[in-house]
Design a protein around this ligand. Structure first.
Ligand code: SF4
Ligand code: SF4
Length: 439
């Protein structure tokens, strides 16, 4: 097999990265220059490793996003589902919801851990159905000897004691969309009728967080108007969230006319790359000062560090069309939640036994895509990036969003430099704090 090697220079530090072996070697500038000009060959420098290509075997379905309500009480300017409706307004009926659970179970093969993500619109507008579905899953679990976990993505406006107790009792993983400060939240995420949602939602989120020790994730959505991204994240952290992150507003066929793609690209290029660097730098300072790293455990960087240390390879960017499905309010099945409402990608319906299998795609970017297979960051990325994003921006699921690649390459180069900046004692501390298991 041909060895895949990348020579990297990051802030006057030089590396050879053995892509298939996931091995990082620090070298001096002289050797870097010699390798670059082919005066010295790689075979003289790094040992031959015998790493087979990792196969990307088709998985069974283990995760469904259930759109229990394609309606919302907010009218967020950047909503990719256009007010949460995806062109098909309504609340899911019990028949479709329970059939979707059966569909998940029937297609789960030997997967032992299944996940139901309650999604929308605002899923808590259909709380009675959520209770019914959870009840059904708890009964089913006993018959099928599999574990079914629950997640929800909500705007937090409907939290009350009953909902909080229910979500805590059934160990829901909860993601709350909230944009951080009053001005931004009120501008981006108003109620129907135009009134800002910050003052009404903040106390509800706080009491929800108090009820579970901050154990929830906050997502702030950024647009081409957002500037200091760490500021939004810090606001969320100070509210008591254990985990918070910012992400660019998702584009869809419904919403793409509202954005200037070039502006979004500029935003990604400049602000997100700075945000990534700031976050990694913050991580480094906390390691050096021996502070608790619990906050960093759920960051993307913690996952990359785990991969760097354990040499594990990610061969799937996400589970789209493989381990995941998005289920629309009427039971229609899509490759993931973001394709919901796009008929070109409809796989079938949970009530229809003859689902359209040829509409499923089995992706293997890291081994087969011309750009991904030689990309040095492929085993951190998983290959392809978000294919829905590729489709919306470039018209085809395999036409890569080069801004994603650019950001990914920057992240991994910074990761290598970060790792090199740690002493052996620093690394030991980090491994313990992040509970990284080294075999
Ligand atoms: S960063 Fe880009 S080229 Fe590299 S694996 Fe990911 S999608 Fe493919
Ligand atoms: S294709 Fe994009 S939106 Fe769908 S699951 Fe993957 S990353 Fe998420």
């Amino acid at each position: 097999m041909k060895r895949l090697i990348k020579l990297l220079e990051v802030q006057q530090t030089y590396f050879i990265y053995d892509i298939e072996g996931v091995n990082l070697y620090k070298i001096d500038r002289k050797l870097y220059e010699s390798l670059k000009t082919n005066e010295v060959s790689f075979d003289e420098v790094i040992p031959i490793s015998n790493n087979d290509l990792v196969t990307n075997a088709k998985k069974h379905i283990s995760n469904i996003h259930l759109n229990v309500a394609q309606v919302c009480n907010l009218v967020c300017g950047y909503c990719y589902g256009i007010e949460g409706e995806y062109g098909l307004k309504g609340k899911m009926k019990e028949g479709n919801a329970l059939r979707a659970i059966d569909y998940l179970i029937e297609n789960s093969g030997d997967e032992k851990k299944l996940t139901v993500v309650f999604f929308g619109g605002e899923p808590l507008l259909n709380f009675p159905l959520i209770k019914t579905v959870v009840d059904y899953c708890v009964k089913k679990e006993k018959e099928i000897s599999k574990k079914i976990g629950f997640e929800i993505v909500t705007n937090g406006t409907k939290f009350d004691d009953e909902i909080n107790n229910f979500l805590n009792h059934f160990n829901f993983e909860v993601t709350i969309s909230f944009d951080g400060d009053k001005e931004t939240q009120d501008k981006n995420r108003p109620f129907r009728g135009g009134k800002g949602s910050y003052d009404k939602t903040l106390p509800k989120i706080k009491s929800f967080l108090d009820s579970r020790n901050g154990n929830a994730t906050a997502r702030a959505t950024i647009t081409n108007h957002s500037k200091d991204l760490l500021h939004y994240r810090n606001n969320l952290r100070s509210m008591g969230f254990r985990n918070s992150f910012v992400e660019v507003a998702t584009l869809s066929d419904f919403s793409k006319e509202k954005y200037n793609l070039e502006d979004t690209d500029t935003l990604q290029k400049k602000n997100l790359i700075k945000y990534d660097k700031d976050e990694l730098n913050e991580f480094l300072v906390n390691i050096k000062e021996r502070n608790s790293l619990s906050y960093f455990k759920s960051t993307k960087y913690a996952k990359y560090i785990n991969q760097l240390i354990t040499k594990s390879k990610k061969v799937d960017f996400c589970g789209v069309s493989r381990s995941m499905r998005g289920i629309a309010v009427n039971g229609d099945v899509y490759p993931c939640h973001r394709f919901v409402g796009d008929n070109d990608f409809k796989i079938g319906n949970v009530k229809n036994e003859n689902n359209n299998k040829e509409k499923e795609f089995d992706l293997d970017f890291v081994n087969t895509h011309p750009q991904c297979k030689g990309c040095f960051a492929k085993y951190y990325c998983g290959g392809g990036g978000c294919i829905h994003n590729n489709y919306i921006k470039n018209g085809a699921i395999d036409k890569l969003d080069l801004e994603h690649c650019h950001r990914m390459h920057n992240k991994i180069k910074s990761l290598f430099k970060f790792y090199d900046d740690l002493t052996l004692e620093d690394r030991k501390y980090m491994v313990e704090q992040l509970n990284i298991e080294i075999n």
